[in-house]
Design a protein around this ligand. Structure first.
Ligand SMILES: Nc1nc2c(c(=O)[nH]1)N[C@H]1C(S)=C(S)[C@@H](COP(=O)(O)O)O[C@H]1N2
Ligand SMILES: [Mo]
Length: 263
């Protein structure tokens, strides 16, 4: 059992929130404005000014941090480029062995049965038929070697192959003007992402890892791989995909992790 560090009420985490907010805001400013901004020092008091929340007790701190995190979502969405690519790597740079991570230990990995597996597709899509793995494998496939970055402080380079998610969404007649794509997983994990990231050219519905069918520990039968987002936004063992305008959060996001989760 792993203990994840979600934002708490401690001063240290408030500092981290302030720091994150500053970096994000600074990225949006022009050169002179950025210099002026970065010269100011923000404290919890500054955070209070920035968010308009009075920070006199724990509840207020929590509210301010929540506000910062939602503000971060907006800023990250604004600065996200639908065409800018994450770095790619060579075969020789692949991290071996690639780490396993989940909210449980490796001996508890969910084993999904290939024969009975169907990917459910619901919400704002024209074609709601459930997909077999064979049907997904019949679509055009591509490979990517990219870096996976986990908020727990490690990163690793891996090679994933599968269907470009934008191809899949267009194939099923998804409403690509909808705000979110949500995912439900075989192990009770869930998350949701913004539509621009769903349509990003490097967002891949992966069926393979390093040229082999995705092994159970890396998310068999399928995981969504997004090199533009942190590890916890990349759902493994996907069972259902839904397109929606209703915010639906995520497993870690509902415990305080930033929802946009850009890397
Ligand atoms: N279904 C599911 N997906 C998940 C998780 C999980 O616990 N369950 N953990 C996330 C986190 S925090 C990380 S870092 C990556 C780890 O993926 P890996 O095991 O392929 O390294 O999976 C992400 N997707
Ligand atoms: Mo992670």
């Amino acid at each position: 059992m792993k203990i994840f560090k979600a934002p708490t009420l401690s001063g240290v985490d408030a500092d981290a929130a302030v720091r994150e907010a500053r970096v994000l805001i600074a990225r949006k400013l022009d050169q002179p404005a950025r210099r002026a901004f970065l010269q100011r020092s923000f404290t919890l008091g500054g955070l209070s000014l920035l968010t308009g929340c009075s920070i006199s007790d724990d509840a207020h701190v929590e509210a301010a941090l929540g506000k910062i995190s939602r503000f971060n979502d907006k800023v990250q969405a604004l600065i996200f480029s639908p065409t800018q690519l994450a770095p790619t790597y060579t075969d020789a740079e692949i991290t071996r062995p690639f780490p396993f991570n989940a909210y449980y230990s490796e001996d508890e990995v969910r084993v999904v049965d290939e024969a009975s597996y169907r990917l459910e597709v619901t919400g704002l899509v024209a074609d709601k038929h459930a997909w077999t793995l064979a049907e997904l494998r019949a679509m055009a496939q591509e490979d990517q070697i990219t870096r996976h970055i986990c908020v727990e402080g490690w990163s690793a380079i891996g090679k994933w192959g599968g269907v470009r998610f934008s191809d899949f969404l267009r194939h099923i007649g998804a409403d690509t003007t909808a705000k979110y794509v949500g995912f439900k997983c075989a192990d009770d994990y869930y998350t949701s992402i913004d539509m621009p990231t769903a349509l990003h050219p490097q967002t891949l519905l992966t069926l393979s890892y390093d040229g082999q069918p995705l092994p159970p520990k890396y998310g068999f039968p399928m995981k969504l791989r997004m090199p533009t987002k942190l590890g916890y936004k990349n759902p493994k063992h996907i069972q259902a995909i839904f397109v929606t305008n209703t915010y639906s959060g995520g497993y870690w996001e509902d415990q305080g992790y930033n929802w946009f989760g850009g890397s």
